[in-house]
Design a protein around this ligand. Structure first.
Ligand code: V47
Length: 423
């Protein structure tokens, strides 16, 4: 008889080779659902936040789902940020970045400064520029639109991930146009996808207290729905660790999941940990790494229809972001240049990581580094000149999840900066 080692015995305990020893009794029914690829409900989500339920067991379940979607890959990109103004008509209590119009801290960039940022990005081999700013009292719709056109014309291969739903809502007001017409204008100017900011917490019990006048949940979702209908891919976020409770987080995740069921247009979810320094909520304690990891894992488990979960190293810190790659996350975001929103709020992370460093962080975490572009296609670098790059094949997305619906077989086409339409 062949001797049975512990490892072989463990691997025989479940068809997926997945085995959790001494699973907490409260987690058993959730584990059964996750293993069977079934959807978790609100009660399940709340239970995952129950402090009695061990974090490592929640993480292990999230890791199962993460590996189903993305195997051992961990993605990153080469990107830069552009925050063309910090002047903002809104006064969100969580924001340290904004400025009043007449405050000496307030700024608005010139076309020359904006173009110089584009040039710097291209010179460093970036594939993406993430553009987000304030709602300036004196800048018109054309200022925002022209900046995209200027950048796109000068650097047509640089993907412009530009303007959150909150800015698009402001453009509706400025231009007196519908959401659809605004997004069509932005696409014609060169926007390639929308970032996920401005979602904060959807539930009005919280939203009304942290960003009262901003686009409400249904409008934020309507803007992303419209973008998806027009073929744009978008990201989504949740700002946690301030005044919200687990119920508000799960409610938020379920609202995102419902829209994704309708459109399939979200590609990545980014849980954003609140940084309190220099904000109207500076009395709130910064969320612990334990809450960061639990939120990462719960997000992976609840958002069963979104292909990627990002551990944004700038805000999590490098150690937690690396650990998050075993708690549901499959993406670290990018090398990042010129990040201001988190650094103004007290983030102590570096302002940039080199490609070698980000790859090394991924390898140390036991994952395989894969450079992607904004819409999740492989990026192939020229070995003799790594600033030069080509778009490679599309990375398998949610429709390739073996426990969910059939594979789409979608193929990426076009230059990196062009929107890749949702199949
Ligand atoms: O909407 C603002 C958050 C968001 C603070 O789409 C804060 O790939 C913590 O959305 N502490 C903007 N968070 C950033 C964002 C984002 C980041 C990375 C990648 C992507 C993407 C999107 O930052 C805001 C708000 O939720 N935020 N202030 C703060 N003090």
């Amino acid at each position: 008889m062949v001797p049975l080692t512990l490892a072989t015995w463990l691997s025989k305990q479940h068809p997926n080779g997945f085995f959790v020893m001494n699973i907490h009794p409260k987690l058993r029914s959730i584990r059964d659902k996750v293993e069977a690829g079934q959807r978790l409900n609100l009660q399940d989500g709340l239970l995952l936040y129950d402090p009695d339920v061990p974090l490592n067991e929640v993480g292990e379940l999230a890791n199962l789902v993460r590996e189903r979607w993305n195997g051992n890959a961990a993605y990153y990109n080469l990107n830069t940020h552009l925050n063309p103004t910090n002047v903002c008509v809104y006064r969100c209590t969580f924001c340290a970045f904004r400025s009043d119009l007449r405050d000496p801290k307030g700024y608005a960039m010139t076309d020359e400064q904006i173009l110089a940022r584009g040039q710097e990005a291209v010179d460093h081999g970036c594939t993406e520029m993430h553009i987000v700013g304030g709602l300036h009292h004196q800048k018109g719709y054309d200022w925002y639109l022209n900046m995209v056109r200027l950048l796109h014309n000068a650097f047509p291969r640089l993907h412009l991930k530009a303007w959150t739903a909150v800015e698009i809502n402001w453009f509706e007001f400025l231009a007196k146009k519908s959401v659809r017409a605004v997004i069509e204008d932005l696409m014609a100017a060169g926007v390639g996808s929308l970032p996920g900011g401005g979602a904060e917490i959807f539930h009005p019990e919280v939203r009304d207290r942290i960003c009262e006048h901003k686009a409400d949940a249904s409008h934020w979702l309507e803007i992303h729905r419209t973008a998806h209908e027009l073929g744009l891919r978008t990201n989504c976020t949740m700002l946690y660790g301030h005044i919200e409770q687990p119920y508000h987080r799960i409610d938020h995740l379920i609202r995102l999941r419902e829209l994704q069921d309708e459109t399939g247009g979200f590609q990545t979810f980014i849980p954003l940990a609140f940084h309190p320094d220099n904000t109207g909520l500076s009395h709130v304690k910064k969320p612990s790494s334990l809450l960061d990891l639990r939120t990462m894992a719960v997000s992976r488990l609840m958002l069963d229809n979104i292909p990627h979960i990002k551990a944004y190293w700038i805000m999590l810190g490098i150690g937690t972001a690396q650990t998050a790659l075993a708690y549901g996350a499959d993406d670290l975001d990018g090398t990042v240049r010129h990040e201001l929103i988190y650094h103004d709020a007290g983030a102590t992370t570096p302002e940039i990581l080199s490609v070698d460093t980000i790859r090394q962080l991924i390898v140390e975490a036991g994952r395989d580094p894969v450079e992607r572009d904004t819409v999740y296609r492989r990026v192939v670098r020229d070995e003799s000149d790594p600033i030069q790059w080509q778009v490679g094949e599309a990375i398998a997305d949610g429709r390739a999840n073996p426990l969910r619906s059939e594979s789409s077989g979608a193929k990426a086409v076009g230059p990196s900066s062009a929107p890749v339409l949702i199949p």
